[in-house]
Design a protein. Structure first.
Length: 173
């Protein structure tokens, strides 16, 4: 039984790897590129090195786009001042979009120093007609490596990681 679980996990890793293959656009995030954020409103709390963006938020960095209901940006605290950006947390109808794929989730955390994006809650990855679903997706923005997981285990149970692939049709619809 444990061997079957290992093989299932490997199959899911390979399937997610198909969507996030080498040379992935997810790896195209350039931490040196500026982040351009627009929203209906913004609030800055300098003492916490935090800014909150609310209402139809859109953050652009290079060729990637993050859309959400709200986004919080955190900077590193350096004494009495704020330093470099540390992380960005998005909530409510989150969409992470690259030229090749779209990821939808309930929340996301983009860690600049950790070079990762973690998307959680009803995660759906779409590339062309291929789709992968799960509870949590962690993407290494430097390498493009991604791991999808779910808290549900066991054959025939709803909510497990699931992928539907169209191997001979590339990324076009």
């Amino acid at each position: 039984m444990q061997s079957a679980v290992k093989h299932t996990g490997l199959a899911v890793a390979v399937a997610v790897g198909v969507l996030f293959g080498a040379g992935s656009a997810l790896a195209q995030l350039d931490p040196r590129a500026p982040i351009d954020i627009t929203a209906d409103s913004s609030e800055v709390i300098q003492s916490l090195c935090q800014s909150t963006w609310s209402g139809a938020v859109e953050a652009l960095q290079g060729r990637t786009r993050l859309r959400a209901d709200s986004v919080r940006m955190y900077s590193q605290k350096k004494g009495d001042t704020c330093g470099a950006s540390d992380r960005m947390e998005a909530a409510g109808q989150v969409y992470f979009v690259t030229p090749e794929r779209t990821v939808r989730a309930d929340a996301a955390v983009y860690s600049f120093g950790g070079e990762s994006i973690t998307l959680s809650g009803n995660v759906i990855v779409v590339q062309g007609r291929s789709v992968v679903r799960g509870d949590r997706l962690v993407i290494n923005t430097r390498t493009g490596q991604a791991q999808m997981s779910s808290g549900v285990t066991g054959r025939n149970k709803a909510g497990r990681v699931r992928g539907v692939f169209y191997p001979n049709q590339g990324t076009t619809n």
